[in-house]
Design a protein. Structure first.
Length: 335
């Protein structure tokens, strides 16, 4: 039987703190569509974690959260700058363009998933032309698709010139918990000039849920109508909101992410294959040929070959030291 322990942090169960909060919310009758006390408490909890007076909404899907956020920042004839391997560019089936009625994506290269400020100079300096989609927003991801973590200063070096050119800023925080557990300061996000943040819940150990934090309150005008049209305004919002109460108020959000990061370091230390990227969050990327990857699959461990050709091992809140050691033994056997 195949094991999916390291295939993705999406394959893990939901953490007990998240599920207990859902069960606690499952009592009595409440108003719908986010106007209930559970959702209000969850929004306050998110605001406290970010130390910011942001509008907060809860959605089922990270893809929808990203795409709707970008559609809020761009008009259909404009574009979003992002890393070429960002989730919005490679793994969302054109959702930003769909929800944004045609908005474009400008993919830039960058080592280990991080953009370099020098890479932004060309797109930011490009003149507006009627024949192409000019940049209207910058999308950044922390932790990145390759498990690396931007520091506050590194993000500032990207955001400041983009803001100076009038671009909106979107932060994809699907694994922001892991970045925070690695030392990134959540309370710096608003001060950096981020306009819309997608705060990941699902990969952090919750049942399917993502929080959208809108720092620029002017962008919140009719945002609920946009969500409703997109099928992302859940009638029983309290069940999407409650996991954030359980995870943030208990400290499990960072505690579990810290554990996932530690398991990735444990795996990296035992890894017999060369590491392709720095191990800074909860992912380990290695160089492995097809024969050995097939042998690993045959041994019962399923993992993916990633965008750059490396093989990805992803740890989660539920990864155990014993599972890491069993995988390490299997890897040594095929190495």
């Amino acid at each position: 039987m195949a094991r999916y322990d390291f295939a993705s942090d999406n394959t893990a169960p939901a953490a007990p703190e998240a599920m207990e909060a859902v069960l606690a919310a499952n009592s009595g009758f409440t108003p719908g569509y986010g106007s209930d006390t559970v959702t209000a408490r969850a929004a306050d909890t998110v605001r406290a974690a970010l130390d910011a007076d942001a509008e907060v909404r809860f959605l089922a899907s990270g893809t929808a959260a990203n795409a709707i956020s970008l559609a809020t920042l761009c008009r259909p004839f404009e574009a979003v700058i992002a890393h070429e391997h960002a989730h919005i560019c490679t793994d969302e089936t054109g959702a930003p363009g769909f929800f944004g009625q045609g908005l474009g994506l400008i993919g830039l290269a960058g080592a280990s998933g991080r953009l370099d400020p020098a890479a932004l100079e060309g797109p930011l300096a490009a003149p507006d032309l009627a024949h192409r989609q000019s940049a209207a927003a910058l999308s950044l991801t922390n932790a990145t698709e390759y498990g690396t973590v931007y520091s506050v200063d590194a993000l500032s070096a990207l955001i400041a010139p983009a803001k100076a050119k009038g671009l909106g800023i979107h932060l994809d925080g699907a694994r922001l918990a892991n970045a925070a557990a690695a030392g990134f300061d959540l309370k710096a996000i608003g001060r950096l000039g981020v306009d819309i943040l997608v705060l990941g819940g699902t990969k952090a150990g919750m049942s399917p849920t993502e929080a959208v934090a809108i720092f620029d309150r002017g962008l919140a005008h009719r945002f609920d109508a946009r969500l409703k049209q997109a099928g992302q305004l859940p009638s029983k919002t309290r069940f999407y909101a409650a996991p954030f109460i359980g995870m943030l108020e208990s400290g499990a959000f960072l505690r579990h992410a810290g554990h996932a990061n530690a398991m990735a370091r444990r795996l990296a230390d035992a890894m017999p294959f060369p590491l392709r990227h720095p191990v800074e969050a909860n992912a380990v990327f290695v160089e492995m040929d097809d024969a050995r990857l097939s042998a690993l699959h045959a041994a019962g461990w399923f993992v993916y070959r990633f965008l750059d050709g490396s093989v990805r091992f992803m740890c989660s809140w539920a990864t155990t030291p014993e599972a890491v050691d069993e995988l390490a033994e299997a890897l040594r056997a095929i190495a």
